[in-house]
Design a protein around this ligand. Structure first.
Ligand code: ADP
Ligand code: 5GP
Length: 212
């Protein structure tokens, strides 16, 4: 039976582990499509345009928003971020799930959109604030100033944990990933995600009537 594409949203304060968990999910299921966001921030070392982000000028970003090219968009850490609409629609039309690594503002916009009924939202919490800071430092990608800025914003992001479908405390990475796979598998089996169920039940009914 076919499946309707699911929009899987991961949010967390920066450093809690959503990129790591996203990478694992994509390795686990190569049919998952990752929504490559657009951003006006500068690329970090190693980040590839079109793979990690679409790096846009502010003018281009604003034009895309004005032309309704973004499914959602938000201002985070002084830069604009948004999810281009066309690739998401294409994946959903093919019955593929789409994975989003976006903040709470974007999550809320998608949940409240026409695609909201086909959304799974998961919030990742750190085991402690001390560990969150340790992870940001150990990732080695940001200056002290950027790390302080991310830490200051972390409470703002954490304060929205209550509006997500599921909340995972990412202490042990393997255990968190197991839970995430379980949640995705269960949500894929939701009645709404299985458009062919009605026809299957009709077939069962016909067979039932023929046999009785
Ligand atoms: P985010 O995408 O939420 O900003 P990352 O996935 O980049 O966070 O993780 C931040 C850092 O913490 C990375 O160096 C990553 O390897 C590490 N990390 C992620 N999850 C765990 C975990 N459960 N235990 C220890 N380190 C982790
Ligand atoms: P970073 O600069 O560390 O890659 O991302 C900073 C924050 O922006 C993270 O919380 C990330 O989830 C969020 N983000 C990344 N892409 C998008 C997007 O397309 N939309 C929204 N709303 N947030 C995004």
């Amino acid at each position: 039976m076919s499946r309707r594409g699911l929009l899987i949203i991961l949010s967390s304060p920066s450093g809690a582990g959503k990129s790591t968990l996203s990478r694992r999910l994509l390795e686990w299921d190569p049919t998952l499509s990752f929504s490559v966001s657009a951003t006006t921030r500068d690329p970090r070392p190693g980040e590839v345009d079109g793979e990690h982000y679409h790096f846009l000028s502010e003018d281009q970003f604003k034009r895309d928003v004005a032309e309704h090219g973004m499914l959602e968009h938000a201002h985070v850490f002084g830069n604009f971020y948004g999810s281009p609409k066309a690739p998401v629609q294409a994946a959903i039309d093919q019955g593929r799930d789409v994975l989003f690594d976006i903040d709470w503002q974007g999550a809320q916009q998608i949940v409240n959109s026409a695609l909201g009924a086909h959304t799974l939202s998961v919030f990742i919490l750190p085991p402690s604030i001390t560990e969150l800071r340790r992870r940001l430092v150990s990732r080695g990608q940001d200056s002290d100033e950027v790390i302080s800025k991310r830490m200051q914003k972390s409470w703002d992001e954490i304060s929205h944990w209550g509006s997500y479908d599921y909340v995972l405390v990412n202490d042990d990475l393997d255990a968190t990933f197991e839970h995430l796979k379980t949640i995705v598998t269960a949500t894929r089996l939701r009645r709404l995600q299985q458009p062919d169920l009605m026809e299957h039940v009709r077939g069962l009914q016909t067979e039932f009537e023929e046999l009785s």
